[in-house]
Design a protein around this ligand. Structure first.
Ligand code: ZN
Length: 160
């Protein structure tokens, strides 16, 4: 496993749509392992493949530090409700902003063995999932910030 370099806003790769994963190769398995390692090292709660320079539809999320989730070729099947809260991003260090997201989402995706699954999430997990899936379409949360982007210190940061 290895840490990967996290791309920062301004890098054009973060604005490109990602391609579907056709099959799980050893390279994809290495990528997913590296994404988790990179996310935990940066104290993030989520990371999408384009953030490490790979334009594939893969995201990892772990909002508790004990529930690693892998989403390959994910789709949001249903979303309802609303929540407003502060969001950060490992690709936009030192910043945070208020973003409106669905309160609840139902998503489908494939796991690391290319098995289909569905997952329902609410509150912070739903927010993290929406944030990561946006990355796969080339979108950053700053496009959705209500009001001004804020400066935050490392201790306050909860970045995706
Ligand atoms: Zn992000």
């Amino acid at each position: 496993m290895a840490l990967r370099n996290i791309r920062e806003m301004g890098d054009p790769i973060l604005n490109k749509p990602c391609k579907e994963v056709k099959e799980i190769t050893p390279r994809i398995k290495d990528l997913v392992e590296d994404m988790f390692e990179t996310m935990y090292d940066a104290q993030g709660v989520g990371l999408a493949a384009p953030q490490v320079g790979i334009l594939k539809r893969i995201a990892v999320v772990d909002v508790t530090g004990e529930d690693p989730l892998i989403f390959i070729n994910p789709t949001i099947l249903e979303s309802d409700g609303e929540q407003e809260g502060s969001e950060g991003c490992l690709s936009i260090p030192g910043k945070a902003g208020i973003v409106k997201r669905p309160y609840h989402v139902k998503v489908s995706a494939y796991d690391i063995n290319m098995n289909y699954f569905e997952l329902e999430a609410e509150e912070f997990l739903a927010r993290a999932i929406c944030h990561e899936f946006d990355h796969l379409d080339g979108h950053l949360y700053v496009e959705k910030v209500i009001g001004e982007l804020q400066d935050v210190t490392d201790e306050e940061e909860e970045a995706e």
